[in-house]
Design a protein around this ligand. Structure first.
Ligand code: AVJ
Length: 310
């Protein structure tokens, strides 16, 4: 039984629930509630990623200044509220244009208005698109391009997808253009696990919100409390995995179709790959970038990588 072959259940979100190994794509974590929960995650004591990256950006201004030695355009993938970008906009001269790219059109328009008022000297032009799909940039008049992809978002791609994605970004650039890429490093398993299974249960709520979303958008009646949040480190793959584990045997009803779930069966909901410099070198080689510099915090929990188009 294939969900998408049947007129009643045709959503991308549900396809994986009919598979042998059940899964839901992590891109569905970010509805309004999920985006708010993710914002809360970034403030958790266990979730070191966001504050570590911000600290790296703020404490290594000379590195970013040298990237913008010549006037250039800054292009951000998945800009959101552009919180981290403000560190660059505030301290780095020579950013002539800023192109925030985000899927949420409304949110992007608000951000552009606010930023333009804050930075009247920078030409700001938002592009509302799903940047994981091929897209085009506005005409930047031959200006040097610097792509900013912070937040370790690259970790949500499968390794092969990450290569194809960066190859696609590479196709928008010219030799000498650069990529500033934020990645979460491989590290002690306990540190990683705590970051994805916090004491306050915010990450658990973020994960379970997927089921709440399915209930709302597909008139399902999944008992959300019968699933628990599982976060584990898969050392072979070098990734954190999130799953939803059923505490009992049950049958889910979705748009007239049923799905049997065994006791302790898991639905795989996210992979978050961790990258060490050697992994970044490999990723760059496969996609047309040379790793020029790795800037990290003192514990080497997180790295901001400077990569150049070859
Ligand atoms: C937004 C993909 C970087 O993988 O760390 C946080 C998402 N998932 N807690 C990450 C997430 C669970 C986050 N990224």
């Amino acid at each position: 039984m294939k969900a998408h072959l049947n007129g009643t259940v045709s959503s991308d979100m549900l396809t994986g629930l009919f598979a042998e190994k059940k899964w839901i794509s992590s891109k569905f974590l970010y509805d309004e509630q999920g985006s708010q929960l993710f914002e809360q995650i970034t403030d958790l004591p266990e979730y070191y990623q966001t504050r570590t990256e911000a600290k790296i950006l703020l404490e290594n201004l000379s590195a970013w200044k040298s990237v913008f030695r010549k006037p250039a355009a800054l292009i951000e993938l998945g800009s959101g509220s552009s919180k981290k970008t403000k560190i660059l906009l505030d301290h780095v001269p020579n950013i002539e244009s800023y192109i925030p790219i985000d899927i949420s059109e409304e949110f992007l328009a608000d951000t552009v208005t606010q930023l333009q008022a804050l930075y009247p000297g920078i030409h700001i032009q938002g592009v509302s698109t799903d940047y994981t799909q091929p897209f085009t940039l506005p005409d930047l008049k031959g200006k040097k391009k610097i792509v900013f992809f912070p937040g370790s978002t690259i970790g949500n791609f499968e390794p092969r997808e990450a290569e194809l994605f960066l190859e696609n970004i590479r196709s928008l650039l010219n030799p000498g253009d650069q990529l500033i890429l934020g990645v979460d490093r491989k590290k002690d398993e306990a540190v990683l696990k705590a970051a994805y299974d916090d004491a306050a249960g915010v990450t658990a709520a973020f994960n379970k919100n997927l089921l709440t979303r399915i209930n709302r958008e597909h008139e399902a009646a999944i008992d959300v409390d019968s699933f628990s949040h599982v976060a584990l480190y898969n050392p072979t793959a070098g990734r954190i995995e999130m799953h939803l584990e059923s505490s009992r045997e049950q049958v889910l009803t979705l748009g007239g179709q049923t799905i049997e779930v065994k006791k302790q069966e898991r639905i795989h909901t996210e992979n978050s790959y961790k990258y060490d410099p050697e992994d970044i070198i490999r990723l760059g080689r496969a996609s047309g970038f040379l790793l020029r510099r790795v800037v990290s915090d003192e514990r080497e929990y997180f790295s901001v990588c400077l990569m150049e188009v070859v």
